[in-house]
Design a protein around this ligand. Structure first.
Ligand code: IMP
Ligand code: MG
Length: 178
């Protein structure tokens, strides 16, 4: 097991690259089956999902398209405090089958916001495809149709996921060591 130090924290390998790829393939096969003939539009959420999206799309063998969005968070004046804005949806979503591609669903608030925003653009359907899901942390009601892997609540990095912008380039997934 490999150990890496990133900034002030130590991480150890938890999901090796080969295992990640195996689970990405499983989820891609399900999409190939479910979405045949629908020309789905993958909407990948930057930055974290860029590696997952690239691997996933290459394992999808049916016609499909991809676009990228970014989320901007800032402190607002509402009671909840934080406002998240979805930047970069330039495609016409009218009548489209949309698959949101995310790195990890934690509380689920980000996905909820994405679905609300995309829902106003009249897509035919919206589906969630996440590399990782922390089921114990989910605080909102979400239908997560495609989750490649489920993990415990520990903080992880690698395969696109970051700790303070570092560690995205690690091919394996690492878990923080307390
Ligand atoms: P949510 O809105 O709470 O579901 O947060 C999801 C976002 O938090 C993800 O898109 C990640 O950017 C980030 N995140 C959650 N857990 C982790 C983690 O363990 N490592 C790195 N980023 C994480
Ligand atoms: Mg993310």
């Amino acid at each position: 097991m490999a150990v890496v130090k990133i900034l002030d924290k130590t991480f150890k390998t938890s999901i090796p690259e080969a295992e990640i790829k195996k689970h990405v393939k499983e989820v891609a096969d399900r999409i190939n089956h479910d979405m045949a003939g629908k020309n789905p539009l993958l909407i990948a959420v930057l930055n974290g999902s860029f590696i997952f999206a690239a691997d996933l799309m290459r394992m999808i063998t049916i016609p499909c398209e991809i676009s990228f969005v970014k989320l901007a968070s800032y402190e607002g004046t509402t009671s909840s405090g934080k406002i998240t804005e979805v930047l970069g949806i330039n495609e016409d979503l009218n009548g489209r089958t949309v698959i949101i591609v995310e790195d990890i669903v934690d509380t689920g608030l980000t996905m909820k916001r994405m679905i609300e925003t995309l829902g106003t653009r009249n897509p035919k359907s919206i589906h969630i495809c996440t590399l990782l899901l922390k089921p114990d942390k989910l605080t909102v009601d979400l239908d997560i149709e495609y989750a490649a892997m489920q993990i415990p609540n520990d903080f992880i990095v690698g395969y696109g996921l970051d700790y303070d912008q570092q560690g995205r380039n690690l091919p394996d997934i690492y878990t923080v060591v307390e």
